[in-house]
Design a binder for this molecule. Structure first.
Ligand code: 13P
Length: 253
């Protein structure tokens, strides 16, 4: 059975003190993770160690970096390598978020290299895909997302893709308060699973957790996560409020 995941993406928010307070409050707020469920905290680099220490010993709870560089090491001032993340015990790395694609020009080819280096150092990618509004309005979102997946992931083996994590985040739904409808989310998630089924077979496709991202809130998570091909969410704004994120965790199937 594939994993159901509530992943927080704090983006570039919070001071260390605020981050500590948020994690403390969340730990004190009733939430329950079943055997097949995970909570993941995608936090800014400087807080990874401290958040990881706070969550130490909690079952099915993991930390994620929000990015890593695609080179092993060397003269790349300001960048953070996969090996560094491995050395501090990071579990997941969010890759290819639309904000990184847009503001930092991350291409599908560069993301393929980042996926590879994550695998090399035992980090699990949370690979983001999703279309901008103009593509949705043109009705070409299926092929747009398919190209993102093909160009960044189709060089991987079936073994590497077994249990892989994708986040579908339609750009027009991020931070806008405008969620995809349950039907729109289900349709695209089924399409994504179908893309993997065609290339790698049903067993691999059925093992992939496909998270939905884009204005997931405490009051809509249950409906969205209830869709058959939606395996949880990647959550921005609502993950900064402990009680909201606890509710979102409790909305996992
Ligand atoms: P919001 O939940 O704030 O819309 O952000 C979604 C997102 O980009 C998560 O990665």
């Amino acid at each position: 059975m594939r994993k159901q995941i509530a992943a927080a993406n704090w983006k570039m928010n919070l001071t260390l003190q605020q981050a500590d307070a948020l994690v403390n409050e969340l730990l004190a707020t009733p939430h329950n993770l079943g055997e097949n469920q995970q909570a993941v905290f995608g936090v800014p680099f400087p807080y990874l160690i401290s958040v990881k220490n706070k969550l130490d010993g909690k079952k099915n709870v993991f930390v994620a970096a929000q990015n890593c560089y695609d080179k092993k090491s060397g003269a790349y001032t300001g960048e953070v390598s996969a090996e560094m993340l491995q050395s501090i015990g990071v579990d997941y790395v969010i890759l290819g978020h639309s904000e990184r694609r847009e503001y930092f020009n991350e291409s599908n080819a560069m993301l393929a290299a980042k996926v590879n280096i994550c695998f090399e150092y035992g980090l699990k990618p949370i690979f983001c895909c999703g279309e901008p509004l103009a593509i949705r309005e043109a009705g070409t979102e299926n092929s747009f997302v398919e190209t993102q997946l093909k160009e960044s992931l189709f060089h991987l083996t079936a073994e590497q893709l077994t249990g892989f994590v994708i986040a579908y985040e339609p750009i027009w739904a991020i931070g806008t308060g405008k969620t995809a409808s349950n039907e729109q989310a289900q349709q695209m998630h089924a399409h994504i699973r179908g893309v993997f089924a065609k290339q790698y077979g049903d067993t691999v496709a059925d093992s992939i957790s496909i998270l939905y991202g884009g204005s997931v809130k405490a009051n809509n998570a249950k409906d969205i996560f209830g869709q058959p091909d939606v395996d949880g969410g990647l959550v921005g704004g609502a993950s900064l409020v402990a009680t909201d994120f606890a509710t979102i965790i409790n909305s996992l199937k």
